[in-house]
Design a protein around this ligand. Structure first.
Ligand code: F6P
Length: 596
C-alpha cells in the first residue's frame, strides 16, 4: 500500500468512528428526551385535562392576559380539577333571578318546569359540577311547598348534586325590580330593538331593595369569608358592590348576559353611576363579545373617576381592580339529553304528526321566548317575501314557531304577542289552504326534550334576533344534529354569529335578503349541509360551557394568587415602614418594576 493509500484508509476509519459516535449521541439524547418527556407526561387521561389546564394557566400568568384555552379539552372533569387544584376549598355560589327548577301547582299536583332560559341551560351543568349553591327568586306557585326550613331544596330532582336556595319577593318587589327596572328599563336600554326604556323612581327603589335582599342571602349562605360568587345578569347590577362591602375577600365574577350599549345610549339611565359603581364591586365582569366589553369600559371611562388599564383589560376604581373580559357562553357538550331522544327520522315523524305538518314540506323552525328582540315578526316578513318572490315555494314550506310566553304582563310583550298572532293568521289566510298552513305558531312553554326533538326534525333553524348577547338556540340546534344535516340561518346581530361562521348569516331588518337566504337554505344539498354542520359542531364542542366557566375560574384563581402575593408584600411593606422607609403603593410599585 502506498503512503497516500494508508493515509486515505486512516481518514476513512476516523470518519466512520466519528459518524458512529454522532449516531450514538443522537440516539442517547433522543432516548433521554423521550424519557424526560414521558416522566413529565400525565399517566391517565384524567390528568391530561389538568395538565393542559395548568399549561394554560402558566401561559396566561406569563402574559398577564386572559386565557387562550384552545389547548384544553373542556369537560366537567377539567372544571373539577381547576376547582380542586387552583381554588381549593372554594365554595361556589351562583346568583340569578331565574331559578333552574320551578315547582308549580297543577291540578292539585306539584309539576316541575325547567324554564326557557339560555342562562339556565348554561349554568345548570356548571353548578352540578361545582356542587355549589344556587340562589334565585322562588317564583313557582308550589316553590314554597318543596323547600326545607331554610328555603332550600336539593336539585336536580332524582339525582341531587347542588342546593337551590330560594328567595321570596313580594308582588311589589317583583313588579318594580323584575318587570319594572330590569325589563322595562335595562332590557330595552341594552338591546338595539328600538323599544324605548322606561325608568321610574319606584322601580329603582325596588331594584335596590331586592339586590340588598340577595346580598343578605349570599352572606347567609357563605360558609367562609372567601366564596366564589357567580352573579348573573342585569337583574343584579348593584349586588357585586353590596357583597364586596360585606365579604371583601370574596371572588365576585359577574356575567352580563345581554349586550352592553355604547356610552351615549347608556347615559340615558338616570342611575348610570350607581349601576357602574355596583358592577365595579366585581373581581371580574364578563360579556359575550369583546365589543360589549369595550362598550362597558367606555362607559366607565366616561362616567367614573377611574383608571383604565387597556392592555390588561382592567379597570382600577376606588382602590380595587376589576377585569373586564369577553367569555363567549355556550352549552354542555355532549348534550346529555340527546341520549334519551329518538333518531332524527323518528323525531321528524313525531314532530310533523304533533303539529300537523305535511310530510313533504320543508320544515323551518324558530324557538325562543316571545320577546321583541328575537325578530319573530321579521321572520314572518321574510317568509312572505319568499312567497312573493318565489311563488313555487308556497305549499312547499312550513314555518313552526315555538314562542315561550315571557314577561307577558308588560305592554310591549302583550303587543308583540298580539302582533305575532295576527300576522301568522294573515299569512295562513293569504297563502294557506284547507290542507296547508304555512305558519304554525305555538305560544307555549316546551320542555327541553321537546325542543331538542323539534331541532332534530327541522330542515332549517332560524335565529334572527334584532340584537342578542349570544343566543344559545343557535348552539343547541347545532348540538342536536348528530346526523350533520340541517341549515342554520343566523342573525349577524347575535353574539353566536362571531363563532358560527358556517351558518347562513342574515340581517333580520332586510326581509328581501333573508328570503333569498331562506331559498338558499331550502335548496342546499346534503353534502354542503354536512360540511357546514360538521365545522359548526367542532366549534361548539371545543368552545363548550365548561370552557366558558373554566376560563373565568382560571382568571379568578390568578386573581386570588395575586391577591395573596399582594397581602404578603403589603405586610413586609408595613414592616419596612415601621423601620422608617417610605411605603410605595402596590400598584405603583408593580408599574415601577415594569409589570403592567
Ligand atoms: O337573554 C338574557 C336573559 O337574561 C337570559 O340570560 C335568560 O335566558 C333570559 O334573558 C331571561 O328571561 P326571563 O326574564 O324569562 O328570566
Amino acid at each position: 500500500m502506498t503512503q497516500y493509500g494508508a493515509e486515505f484508509l486512516w481518514v476513512l476509519i476516523l470518519a466512520s468512528l466519528g459518524l458512529s459516535a454522532l449516531a450514538i449521541f443522537i440516539s442517547v439524547s433522543r432516548h433521554r428526551r423521550y424519557h424526560s418527556r414521558a416522566a413529565s407526561m400525565p399517566n391517565s387521561s384524567d390528568d391530561v385535562a389538568s395538565e393542559a389546564a395548568r399549561k394554560v394557566l402558566r401561559e396566561f400568568e406569563k402574559n398577564g392576559q386572559s386565557v387562550d384555552a384552545a389547548l384544553v379539552t373542556w369537560s366537567p372533569e377539567t372544571l373539577r380539577k381547576i376547582l380542586a387544584e387552583d381554588l381549593p376549598d372554594a365554595q361556589v355560589i351562583v346568583v340569578s333571578n331565574r331559578e333552574p327548577y320551578i315547582h308549580n301547582e297543577k291540578n292539585g299536583e306539584v309539576e316541575l318546569v325547567v324554564p326557557a332560559s339560555g342562562l339556565v341551560s348554561a349554568l345548570e351543568p356548571i353548578t352540578r359540577v361545582c356542587a355549589g349553591t344556587w340562589i334565585a327568586y322562588g317564583g313557582g306557585s308550589a316553590d314554597r311547598v318543596v323547600v326545607d326550613g331554610d328555603d332550600r331544596v336539593q336539585v336536580p330532582p332524582g339525582n341531587p348534586s347542588y342546593t337551590l336556595r330560594r328567595v321570596w319577593l313580594t308582588d311589589e318587589q317583583y313588579q318594580g325590580y323584575y318587570l319594572g327596572f330590569a325589563n322595562e328599563g335595562l332590557w330595552p336600554l341594552c338591546h338595539i330593538a328600538f323599544t324605548r326604556p322606561t325608568f321610574r323612581d319606584s322601580d329603582w327603589e325596588a331594584y335596590e331593595a331586592v339586590n340588598r335582599k340577595f346580598a343578605d342571602t349570599v352572606v347567609a349562605e357563605a360558609r367562609n369569608e372567601r366564596p366564589i360568587v357567580l352573579v348573573q345578569d342585569y337583574h343584579f347590577a348593584l349586588l357585586p358592590r353590596m357583597i364586596r362591602e360585606r365579604l371583601p375577600e370574596a371572588i365576585i365574577i359577574t356575567f352580563w348576559h345581554i349586550p352592553w350599549p355604547n356610552s351615549e345610549v347608556f347615559s340615558i339611565c338616570p342611575w348610570r353611576e350607581r349601576i357602574l359603581d355596583g358592577l365595579l364591586g366585581s373581581s371580574i365582569i364578563g360579556f359575550h363579545t369583546q365589543f360589549h366589553a369595550n362598550n362597558f369600559t367606555e362607559s366607565v371611562d366616561r362616567f367614573m373617576e377611574s383608571r383604565i388599564e387597556r392592555a390588561d383589560a382592567a379597570v382600577s376604581y376606588g382602590g380595587q381592580t376589576t377585569l373586564v373580559h369577553a367569555y363567549p357562553i355556550s352549552i354542555e357538550w355532549p348534550v346529555e339529553l340527546l341520549k334519551t331522544l329518538p333518531s332524527v327520522a323518528e323525531s321528524q315523524a313525531r314532530v310533523r304528526e304533533r303539529f300537523g305538518i305535511l310530510a313533504d314540506a320543508k320544515l323551518c323552525v324558530g324557538v325562543e321566548r316571545l320577546d321583541y328582540t328575537k325578530g319573530i315578526l321579521d321572520r314572518f316578513h321574510a317568509l312572505e317575501e319568499l312567497f312573493i318572490r318565489h311563488p313555487e315555494t308556497i305549499g312547499q314550506v312550513v314555518f313552526l314557531q315555538i314562542a315561550a310566553p315571557s314577561r307577558g304582563t308588560l305592554p310591549a310583550y302583550k303587543h308583540l304577542h298580539e302582533e305575532c298572532l295576527r300576522f301568522a293568521e294573515e299569512l295562513n289566510e293569504r297563502y294557506g289552504s284547507e290542507t296547508y298552513r304555512p305558519v304554525v305558531l305555538v305560544a307555549e312553554h316546551h320542555s327541553q326534550k321537546n325542543v331538542y326533538e323539534i331541532y332534530r326534525a327541522a330542515d332549517i333553524c332560524l335565529v334572527t334576533s334584532l340584537h342578542d348577547g349570544m343566543n344559545l338556540v343557535a348552539k343547541e340546534f347545532v348540538a342536536s344534529r348528530d346526523d350533520e344535516q340541517g341549515v342554520l340561518l343566523l342573525s349577524t346581530f347575535a353574539g353566536a354569529a362571531r363563532e358560527l361562521l358556517e351558518a347562513l348569516i342574515v340581517n333580520p331588518y332586510d326581509a328581501a335578503m333573508m328570503s333569498e337566504t331562506m331559498l338558499q337554505a331550502l335548496t342546499m344539498g346534503p353534502d354542503e349541509q354536512r360540511e357546514r354542520m360538521r365545522r359548526m359542531r367542532e366549534i361548539v364542542r371545543d368552545n363548550n360551557v365548561y370552557r366558558w366557566a373554566g376560563s373565568m375560574l382560571l382568571d379568578a384563581a390568578r386573581l386570588r394568587k395575586r391577591g395573596e402575593l399582594d397581602r404578603v408584600t403589603a405586610l413586609s411593606d408595613r414592616q419596612v415602614s415601621l423601620n422608617g422607609d417610605n411605603v410605595v403603593p402596590m400598584f405603583e410599585r408593580r408599574q415601577a418594576a415594569g409589570y403592567r
